[in-house]
Write a protein that binds this ligand. Structure first.
Ligand code: GDP
Ligand code: MN
Length: 388
């Protein structure tokens, strides 16, 4: 689960990490009064969407007076913001964060992530802040340091000194940055975050560090422990079809290919995507109907998958363990009567009562249903069907 910059900065402030004063608005008419309340001489007007690169896309504007605050708030609220992370379709801006502007002396990059290879949190630091970190990594990898943190030992001052060395800081600033990163690490652990990124972390003219930007993601499976964070979820930022699937207990993730997949079990769903790719096809989605592979969930899966105009064929790959294949076969037939499945359906049902299922489907003799004998047979057939 991801949250907005303004929400991440609330958490930062709670942990004593310096952030700018700011106010969130949803109506541009309130921009100037918000800026007055914040105080200061100049402000930054920032689009709140769950994507980075807002500045380059025109979603972060420096306002040198109150009039400019009003003007930029009007421009940014309601705009369709396109950044390298939103994809070409962009994101509608529904909230704007107005902050007091700071004078920047230096910009640094700092993040904490889970390094799956070493199974440890890793701190990534670079003196090249404010830039695309992917670009820094590609063009000057020597400017980035990665520091693994043994979770049993946690963040220690020597880690802080390693970061300070990368940033090129004096003794006084080394202490300050160590305290700041120690607090970030506390957030990472205590709140079950899986990503914290501060780009840029800035040093002001009076030698104070401020988190100028903040991006935080959390482990979904831990959100039941953190009601205050779960409450920060912004449904407007999520894929509508994924939310709908969630309501029916389906785990659905939209992808870019043209082969729809309806599968039971996350492991089988993953291997189904693998085998589709192996046959040179591209999956349009990950979909796990879960333990409840019923007529209703199968019908709902078809409905959700068919909302994606890229889908040219659907692969139903279900293993009957607890669920019986004959019931699934009947469910599929029922589903095709309820909703208009206008693409070929390749069906592989294996496990309990697979034979009966195959007979049911053959007897129904529906034109766009193609039965498959095995998973690889199904993958071949569905990729061919998607090609047309
Ligand atoms: P992003 O583009 O989504 O990463 O948004 P950021 O919050 O990082 O803002 C983009 C850029 O705007 C920053 O890298 C800064 O260069 C600039 N910026 C943001 N806030 C301020 C500010 O208070 N003062 C100054 N001088 N520049 C700012
Ligand atoms: Mn940024």
């Amino acid at each position: 689960m991801n949250i907005h910059e303004y929400q991440a900065k609330q958490i930062f402030a709670d942990f004593g990490i310096p952030v700018q004063n700011g106010k969130i608005i949803e109506n541009a008419e309130n921009a100037i009064s918000a800026a007055k309340e914040i105080g200061g001489k100049s402000w930054v007007v920032k689009a709140q969407i769950h994507a980075g690169g807002r500045g380059k896309g025109g979603g972060v504007k420096f306002a040198k007076d109150l009039e400019a605050v009003g003007k930029y708030a009007h421009e940014i609220l309601g705009m369709n913001l396109v950044t390298h992370q939103t994809g070409p379709e962009g994101k509608l801006v529904q909230k704007v964060y107005i902050v007091e502007a700071v004078d920047i002396k230096e910009e640094y990059y700092l993040s904490i992530l889970l390094d799956r290879a070493t199974e440890m949190p890793v701190i990534i630091a670079s003196a090249e802040g404010g830039m695309d970190i992917e670009k820094v990594a590609a063009e000057m990898p020597e400017k980035i340091v990665k520091i693994q943190i043994n979770p049993l030992i946690g963040f220690r001052s020597f880690h802080g000194r390693m970061i300070a060395k990368t940033f090129g800081l004096n003794a006084d600033l080394t202490k300050k940055v160590t305290n700041l990163v120690a607090s970030l690490y506390q957030i990472y652990v205590q709140k079950d975050a899986n990503m914290i990124e501060v780009n840029p972390l800035v040093l002001t003219d009076d030698d104070e560090f401020i988190a100028l930007d903040a991006k935080v993601g959390f482990d979904d499976n831990a959100m039941f422990k953190h009601k205050e964070i779960a409450a920060m979820r912004d449904f407007d930022e999520e894929e509508p079809t994924e939310l709908e699937a969630d309501k029916y207990g389906l785990s659905y993730v939209k992808l870019d290919g043209n082969v729809g997949c309806v599968v039971n079990g996350a492991g089988l769903a993953m291997s189904t995507m693998d085998i589709v790719k192996h046959e040179n096809g591209e999956p349009a989605n990950f979909l796990d109907v879960g333990g409840k592979a019923t007529a209703e969930t199968v019908a709902k899966s078809f409905e959700i998958i068919l909302k994606d105009p890229n889908v040219k064929a659907i692969f139903v790959n279900i293993f009957g363990g607890i669920v019986r294949c004959d019931r699934i076969a009947n469910g599929i037939l029922e589903a095709t009567q309820k909703i208009n499945v206008n693409v070929p359906l390749v069906i592989r049902l294996d496990g309990t009562n697979a034979k009966e299922a195959s007979e049911i489907l053959k007897k129904a003799n529906i034109q766009n249903i193609i039965t498959a004998e095995s998973m690889s047979d199904g993958a071949k057939k569905v990729v061919a069907a998607a090609r047309g």
